[in-house]
Design a protein around this ligand. Structure first.
Ligand code: C2E
Ligand code: MG
Ligand code: MG
Length: 720
């Protein structure tokens, strides 16, 4: 539990978060780079022959160009993106300093550091510093330069904005205010560089790196060397850094000095089998963390939802041991639950393969295989024997078994987070006034991500039959059902029931409400027709509509068409609109409300008493019914004010000829008091919660006395 808390804290730490987000932003470039390397170097003979035959050397030139472009510029991209996110998270300067300015300053600082110094002038930038080899230094520069620059902008004299307040364009104003801090940061880096050149520490960035590489070279035992190497790679991944890319120069140096000589082995030299090929082929099947097994575990556990989608997306890259999508997407990054198998599986698989080879059960590695060669093929090619492929197969199975419980735990944890996120978002939606519920999709926080995810899934709900309606009775003082309210439900395949209020807010913002609203009207009316056909007469169906639906030109037309198609009288439908909609004095809304009334479609005001209650609009929009909200009826027993308000609403409505119904009636006591106050119609759990259609029929048959007659009629109906 403690580890989880620590990693959670680490994950939200500004610098670590900026590095992670900066790397994530570059995932498309990293993946295309890895693919280009793979397509260029697949070590399958027939592949090479076919590409040579059809494309000649053009194939290599093409993919080499892509691979070089994507890989050798990655440090520059990282310095920009990491600095951008770091500036974005800086509270003091947010809104004052454009994060891109900070990114540009950090980029210039990196250039200051890495440009080679020669008397003849600058000779272009070295790939060893701009590419994968320079990542570590780029991260360091991004953090240092950005923090220093942002700090300078907060120093009053340097970042004074008063001077530029009258500049017309705010971007120019921000840029002008950054001149001095930017200059000071860049000059500081230049000064450091100058000092180092004069002190003959030229190329400090590379030197630092080289000493790091040297550290590894000093270790004598190749076993310890490689174990340590992979431990560092995996820990870097855990921190959100691309472990393989950062450690690539280390690996290259190890290979050059020691590994290459043991790449090709005699079968008897099994102890020397710990080569890069051996590890790639048997220890890291699918890439760091043996992610091929992780992928299979994901397929077993997550059949639906985001994780399954991610697994599907990562399958083809994973076949070629490219696992960035999976590692960043899952994320293994800062996830202590997944870190355990991520570290353990490669070790277990390596030990198992080592034992199998050293006991002669499996042929030894006899030739190098490129790391992008797919599993099984790579096992065969490396050992020249099918026993190699067999060993890989067993390794994948064991790895999957180890990953399974952890993935399952991760899935449960994710679902819990999602559920609590949904709850929070629902509370936020409920707390926001109806007219201000349209700002969730553009938010950059977790709530925004969740809302976008729901909006994405909501688009497919109608086609996938995930939406359905439940029905809640409205009952009079003699327990007769006088109406039924249709309530929308969404059963999300992963998160279960989504509260309607949240779903409606997302649908409104995502522009889906007209389609969904029409489906609700259509389904409710069809249901009413079916009930009528089976003899359940005299029921009025109430359907909620949103403000946006009422602003549609074709709303009333569509409504009449639906009623006509289902052979319903116009008076059998009641449209529930919330108080806030009515207050929205938009011309189209008024026109639609008038048209509905003219056609005899009933209009009810929902949630009366919730918002900016104003009786004024009853004059503007003559309505048939007023639904007194739970906020008044819930506290009616203990709150005298509520009693007075309800009594006066009911009295006023009765003089205006408007029916009233009280919502959220949950107890007998509450109902009796409401009756005393003059309320004659009720809706709430005292009578019934919202029910699926079939249960609603049962309820109607049992509860509604006059319906008994109907039952007989129904029996007659079926009898004939
Ligand atoms: P609403 O129209 O005021 O619906 C009544 C809500 O109160 C329903 O919540 C119902 O389940 C709940 N309720 C009924 N009786 C009781 C009770 O005794 N105690 C308690 N605690 N709750 C009770 P639900 O289904 O979650 O719907 C929430 C809101 O979502 C609805 O409020 C309505 O504004 C909106 N909504 C539902 N379906 C639709 C729809 O098809 N279209 C639109 N635009 N909005 C809808
Ligand atoms: Mg309603
Ligand atoms: Mg209501």
């Amino acid at each position: 539990m403690k580890i989880i808390q620590i990693t959670e804290r680490l994950g939200t730490q500004r610098h670590i978060a900026a590095v992670r987000q900066g790397v994530l932003l570059n995932v498309p470039v990293i993946v295309i780079g890895a693919f280009a390397v793979m397509l260029n170097q697949v070590s399958i003979p027939w592949y090479q022959q076919v590409t040579q035959l059809f494309f000649g050397s053009a194939w290599e030139v093409f993919w080499q160009a892509v691979a070089t472009a994507a890989r050798e510029g990655i440090s520059i991209l990282l310095v920009l993106s990491i600095s951008y996110f770091l500036a974005l998270s800086h509270k003091k300067t947010s809104g004052k300093v454009h994060p891109l300015t900070a990114a540009f300053v950090a980029f210039v600082c990196l250039l200051v550091w890495i440009q080679p110094f020669t008397k003849a002038g600058i000779q272009g930038l070295p790939f060893e510093a701009t590419g994968v080899g320079g990542i570590f230094f780029a991260v360091f520069t991004a953090l240092l330069a950005t923090e220093f620059f942002l700090w300078l902008t907060t120093v009053n004299r340097l970042g004074s904005r008063r001077l530029f307040a009258d500049v017309a364009d705010p971007i120019l104003s921000q840029a002008l205010a950054c001149i001095l801090p930017a200059a000071a940061t860049i000059l500081l880096f230049a000064l450091l560089k100058d000092t180092m050149v004069l002190a003959h520490w030229h190329g400090i960035d590379m030197n630092l790196y080289r000493s790091f590489v040297d550290l590894f070279q000093q270790i004598q035992s190749p076993v310890v060397q490689l174990t340590l190497f992979y431990l560092v790679v995996h820990l870097l991944w855990f921190l959100g850094l691309h472990g393989n890319n950062i450690m690539e120069p280390v690996l290259e140096s190890l290979q050059l000095d020691q590994m290459q000589s043991v790449f090709v082995l005699e079968a008897s030299q099994s102890a020397g089998a710990l080569t890069k090929t051996f590890l790639d082929v048997f220890g890291l099947i699918g890439g760091s963390g043996s992610t091929f097994s992780l992928l299979l575990a994901l397929f077993v556990i997550s059949r639906r939802g985001n994780m399954a989608w991610l697994a599907r997306l990562s399958t083809i890259p994973a076949i070629f041991n490219i696992n960035e999508l999976l590692l960043f997407g899952l994320p293994v990054v800062l996830n202590p639950v997944l870190l355990i198998p991520f570290l353990v599986v490669p070790i277990v698989l390596t030990c198992m393969a080592y034992l199998a080879i050293s006991h002669g059960m499996v042929a030894a590695v006899i030739q190098p295989v490129h790391w992008t060669t797919p599993p099984l093929i790579s096992g065969y090619l490396a050992t020249g024997s099918w026993t190699g492929a067999g060993l890989q197969l067993i390794g994948i199975a064991i790895g999957t078994l180890i990953y399974l419980p952890f993935v399952s735990l991760h899935e449960a944890q994710k679902n819990r987070e999602m559920t609590s996120g949904l709850r929070q978002l629902t509370d936020e939606v409920a707390a926001a006034p109806a007219l201000f519920r349209n700002h969730f999709l553009s938010r950059q926080d977790e709530a925004g991500t969740l809302a976008r995810l729901l909006a994405h899934d909501l688009k497919h709900t109608l086609a996938r039959n995930e939406l359905f309606l439940e029905y809640q009775p409205q009952v009079d003082q003699h327990n007769r059902v006088v109406g039924i309210e249709a309530l929308l439900r969404w059963s999300h395949p992963t998160y279960g029931r989504i509260p309607p209020i949240l779903m409606i807010a997302v649908a409104e913002e995502a522009g889906l409400i007209n389609a969904i609203g029409k489906w609700v009207l259509d389904t409710a009316c069809r249901q009413l027709r079916d009930w009528k056909y089976s003899g359940l007469d005299g029921i009025r169906m109430a359907v909620n509509v949103s403000a946006i639906q009422l602003q549609s030109r074709t709303f009333v037309e569509e409504l009449l068409a639906i009623l006509h198609q289902n052979e319903l009288e116009n008076g059998e439908l009641e449209i529930e609109i919330t108080e806030n909609i009515a207050l929205n004095n938009d011309a189209r809304t008024i026109c639609n409300l008038d048209a509905m009334r003219r056609h005899g479609i009933r209009v009810a005001i929902d949630d009366f008493g919730m918002g900016h209650t104003s009786l004024r609009y009853i004059k503007h929009f003559p309505v048939d019914r007023l639904k007194i909200d739970g906020i008044l009826s819930r506290d009616v027993i203990h709150d005298e004010n509520c009693q007075k308000i309800i009594a006066s609403i009911v009295a006023l409505c009765s003089t205006l000829g408007i029916e009233t119904v009280v919502e959220y009636v949950e107890t007998e006591e509450q109902r009796n008091l409401l009756l005393e106050l003059g309320c004659r119609q009720y809706q709430g759990y005292l009578y019934s919660p919202p029910l699926p259609a079939a249960e609603m029929v049962r309820y109607l048959l049992e509860q509604n006395k006059p319906q008994r007659k109907v039952v007989n009629r129904k029996q007659e109906h079926f009898g004939h």
